[in-house]
Design a binder for this molecule. Structure first.
Ligand SMILES: Cc1cc2nc3c(=O)[nH]c(=O)nc-3n(C[C@H](O)[C@H](O)[C@H](O)COP(=O)(O)OP(=O)(O)OC[C@H]3O[C@@H](n4cnc5c(N)ncnc54)[C@H](O)[C@@H]3O)c2cc1C
Ligand code: FES
Length: 353
């Protein structure tokens, strides 16, 4: 049994299988609707039900308060239609709405785990079936460890030119279900499932200034976008802001500086927010949003694209600064690295609903 979902004001119609969420059906059919957590926490997919009958699965009331639900607001990632429905999208990005890559599952094998810093690991994965994942620089996938019953979202750190061998930069959290398994138990040769690609924080084509800002594991999608520009010989002005706490948290600094030399107009600003007393550092200091504020000139006619990746507080701090600098809200692309919700059942945490 399948139902028809009509999306307004874009006039797109798609099929949704019985028991399938609207967001998952859209992913399957290569329609990229706005999304973030994919599990009812972030409100990125909030829309309005115009017509039809639905079930709304468990979600955070911060993302969708009861009073909004009474006014027919819905979260597409938690909406299960049980009739044909018509939905008004509140946010959509026409540039990629219809050009998305259908989400699929890929069997894969772990090929390597490297230490980048005390709490940052580089995971290498080789896809075996199907043998290549098409994605746009900046996108992410869900990685599932069948042996440990855990699945989490991770952004590709490599460029789309390497579609069979993927790299991920993963922060190890104390007690982290995925990251501790990666740190202590997983080894080359182990199976891993890859589902994707997801995400709308992906590289756009034009001639304007490119602003990359993030820190820690947020470096993964930024590196993918940065190296994708270089590989494609796109010589746009680039401002790359990289925030870390201490010198021990920095990685790839020399590599980025060296690669940026091929660009005519490149500024790379690594900055530390918690420099230990007595430690030498001749770079910038402060939180990354303060550093962006200090260094970035006001842009003319909003002529810049910004890509911002990392934990939600980092994004929430940087976006208003970019707006103050004259950037158009529609050209600030970000992925908030939400934690998987402890409120939802393990099945739902697999974010494959
Ligand atoms: C779109 C998207 C892209 C992402 N890309 C990346 C990426 O490229 N690299 C990466 O490392 N992560 C990324 N994440 C985050 C990742 O999906 C996991 O949430 C993270 O790795 C923690 O998973 P875990 O199983 O190790 O910890 P969990 O078992 O989920 O959490 C265990 C404990 O770890 C701590 N913790 C977990 N996450 C955080 C956090 N964000 N901030 C502070 N404390 C935390 C908390 O104390 C938590 O209780 C992304 C998330 C999203 C939504
Ligand atoms: S609430 Fe639907 S994607 Fe986050």
């Amino acid at each position: 049994m399948a139902y028809t979902v009509r999306l307004e004001p874009v006039g797109i119609e798609m099929e949704v299988d019985e028991g399938e969420s609207v967001l998952k059906a859209a992913f399957r059919q290569g329609i990229m609707l706005m999304h973030g957590c994919k599990e009812g926490q972030c409100a990125s997919c909030k829309s309005i039900l115009l017509d039809g009958d639905i079930d709304l699965l468990q979600h955070s009331t911060f993302a969708l308060p009861d009073y909004e639900q009474e006014q027919n607001y819905i979260l597409l990632c938690r909406t299960i239609p049980y009739s044909d429905v018509s939905i008004e999208l509140l946010n959509y990005d026409e540039e990629i709405l219809k050009f998305a890559i259908p989400v699929k599952e890929y069997a894969a094998t772990v090929t390597g785990i490297e230490t980048l810093t005390h709490d940052m690991r580089l995971l290498r994965v080789h896809l075996t079936d199907p043998q290549g994942l098409r994605f746009f620089a900046g996108q992410y996938v869900d990685l599932s460890l069948p042996e440990f019953g855990v699945s989490r979202s991770y952004s590709m750190a490599n460029t789309p030119s390497s579609s069979q061998d993927l790299e991920f930069i993963i922060k190890v959290y104390p007690g982290g279900a995925f990251s501790q398994a990666l740190n202590e138990r997983i080894k080359p040769g182990d199976p891993i499932k890859v589902t994707g690609p997801y995400g709308i924080c992906c590289r756009r084509d034009n001639d304007s200034l490119v602003i990359l800002a993030g820190g820690g594991s947020g470096m993964a999608p930024l590196l993918s976008i940065f190296y994708d520009l270089l590989e494609n010989h796109i010589d746009r002005p680039v401002r790359f802001f990289y925030g870390a706490r201490t010198p021990d948290d920095l990685f790839y600094v020399d590599r980025i500086l060296e690669a940026g030399k091929t660009l005519r107009d490149f500024q790379f600003v690594p900055a530390l927010s918690h420099l230990p007393d007595g430690q030498l550092w001749d770079g910038d200091r402060g939180f990354i949003h303060e550093v962006v504020n200090r260094h970035l000139e006001r842009t003319q006619d909003a002529a810049a694209d910004a890509y911002v990746c990392g934990p939600p507080p980092l994004i929430d701090a940087i976006v208003p600064i970019l707006r103050m600098k004259g950037l158009d809200a529609d050209r600030i692309y970000f992925d908030k690295f939400y934690q998987a919700s402890p409120l939802l059942s393990p099945i739902n945490q697999r974010s494959d609903q």
